[in-house]
Design a protein around this ligand. Structure first.
Ligand code: NDP
Ligand code: BG6
Length: 482
């Protein structure tokens, strides 16, 4: 394998300190980085390598807690680094990058910068002849803020990189438990054969966070929960749950199946939006035992009122043969009662119930992605009793992924994604068409909310969102799992 260089733009940023450099450190600690691997950290602070590294170590220690590097490990890790000082809006600054690069090696450019810099960075890399050898580019979400702007970003990338060299990150795809969805669905015959409208009543996907917007008001207020979470993370989960079996595990096969699902999502328009979408915004409340401010009172808030949603619940439909008539209830919000990411597969009632009474409790498959990763299946069995002949009860089959591994660290998503980008495996990265089709659906939904004047309902921080989100599902005779 050709030696690989990783060039991180935005090396002084929050993502770099909290996620990227800790993930690379864990790979180095586990000896999983290729031999002769090099990292160029690029930022606009005019400092030397030693100063950059000592600042980085302090920030990584805060982020990594007990897992932080020891002195020896830090020595070892530091040997990978160079520090380059450049302002990404100044084309001439790219000449130092050119000097550092080696076109006998693979160059992996990682853009951990505001998205507005994606296009100038590509332009200037090209102008300074930095794109000569084998080059790949890795980008963070968001890729645009609507369909039109995502087409522009993707178009710029396509001028300089082939699709097979573009690695668009959705960090949910790097999570171990999200990959486990593929194993659950396609390595277990009995699950796959019961996975359609003939057996399944409905599906719920909940991504609830306890945190608020964590000082990101100026970013978040322009975006909201639909663009920040649904367009990417929930959409990816929906695709992995709903897609047909891919031909294989290569990127093309998986992407082809995922994009068919996004295209099959029924458009939510002005006539249907009231029945299908609930938007909310957190007000002051209690979270993990302390009083927390409402969204517009958060630090950095620029206004007393805002029409940005911090919660959204959606009833979606995938218009294809497998999922005809099966609603997908999606729900995500900030400052919710618990941090939980889970997918609920609610099976239908029995076609004919020979037991009567409580026997017709339908099976439910609960896929918990975080925290307490695992899978539960509710089953009905006989209660041991001589008094009642066939009294039934619900039992839970519990597959706890942590059992026996409580002390093992679950690798962070970025560790998997770095390894794959280094090895040239795109299967856990998002393709252009998926992103653009997802924006098309989200743009339509947002436009329908606007045209119909869908209100933003307040909810108390620390709750499960506005009461209307309960009504969204309860009017169909169903209820949220938590
Ligand atoms: P930050 O604002 O913390 O970091 C941005 C980085 O870009 C900083 O290093 C900043 O340098 C640098 N930068 C900005 N303008 C220039 C310039 N003209 N020349 C050189 N450097 C520049 O953002 P984040 O780290 O939070 O986010 C980075 C990207 O990752 C964004 O696209 C974001 O949407 C995405 N993302 C972030 C997540 C997170 O958890 N933080 C999660 C998911 C995606 P300086 O320090 O000098 O200002
Ligand atoms: C990011 C969003 O992409 O995902 C954040 O921008 C959100 O707003 C985060 O908090 C959630 O990720 P995780 O891995 O904590 O579920």
């Amino acid at each position: 394998m050709q030696p690989v260089d990783l060039i991180i733009f935005g090396a002084s940023g929050d993502l770099s300190a909290r996620k990227l450099f800790p993930a690379l450190f864990q790979l180095d600690r586990a000896n999983l980085l290729p031999t002769d691997f090099r990292i160029a950290a690029i930022a606009r602070d005019n400092i030397d390598l030693g100063t950059f590294l000592s600042k980085l170590r302090a920030r990584m220690s805060t982020a990594m807690g007990n897992n932080a590097p020891s002195d020896d490990e830090w020595q070892q890790y530091s040997r990978l680094f160079s520090y380059l000082n450049a302002d990404f809006s100044r084309p001439t600054d790219f000449s130092i990058i050119k000097t550092w690069l080696d076109d006998q090696r693979v160059s992996l450019f990682y853009l951990a910068t505001p998205p507005s810099l994606f296009a100038p960075i590509c332009d200037y890399l090209s102008q300074e002849n930095c794109l000569t050898g084998d080059c790949r580019i890795v980008l963070e979400k968001p890729i645009g803020e609507n369909l039109d702007s995502s087409i522009v970003v993707n178009g710029t990338l396509a001028q300089y990189f082939s699709e097979s060299s573009i690695y668009r990150i959705d960090h949910y795809l790097g999570k171990e438990t999200v990959q486990n969805l593929l194993a659950l669905r396609f390595a277990n015959r009995f699950i796959n054969s019961q996975w359609d409208q003939s057996c399944i009543d409905h599906i719920q996907i909940t991504v609830a966070e306890v945190i608020g917007i964590e000082g990101r008001w100026s970013y978040y207020d322009k975006v909201g929960q639909l663009r920040d979470m649904v367009q990417n993370h929930l959409m990816q989960l929906l695709c992995l749950v709903a897609m047909e079996p891919p031909n294989g595990l290569e990127a093309e096969s998986i992407r082809d199946e995922k994009v068919k699902i996004v295209k099959a999502l029924r458009c939510i328009d002005v006539k249907t939006v009231d029945d299908h979408v609930v938007r909310g915004q957190y007000a002051q409340g209690w979270s993990t035992g302390r009083s927390v401010p409402g969204y517009t009172e958060e630090s950095g808030s620029e206004r007393n009122s805002s029409d940005t949603e911090t919660f959204v619940a959606i009833k979606a439909h995938v218009d294809n043969w497998r999922w005809a008539g099966v609603p997908f209830y999606l729900r995500t919000g900030k400052r919710m009662a618990e941090k939980v990411t889970e997918i609920i597969i609610q099976y239908k009632e029995l076609p004919h119930n020979i037991f009567g009474g409580g026997a017709n409790l339908p099976n439910k498959l609960i896929i918990r992605l975080q925290p307490n990763e695992g899978i539960e299946m509710t089953m009905v069995s006989k209660r041991q009793s001589l008094k009642e002949k066939l009294a039934l009860q619900t039992h839970t089959l519990n597959l706890d992924f942590r059992e026996g591994h409580q002390n093992d660290r679950i690798p962070d998503a970025y560790e998997r994604l770095f390894l794959d980008a280094i090895n040239g495996d795109q299967s856990l990265f998002v393709g252009r068409e998926e992103i653009e089709e997802s924006w098309r659906w989200c743009d339509g939904l947002l436009q329908a909310c606007k045209d119909q004047g869908v209100e933003i309902k307040p909810y108390h921080a620390g709750s499960w969102g506005p009461a209307k989100a309960e009504i969204l599902i309860e009017k169909d005779g169903r209820s949220w799992h938590v």
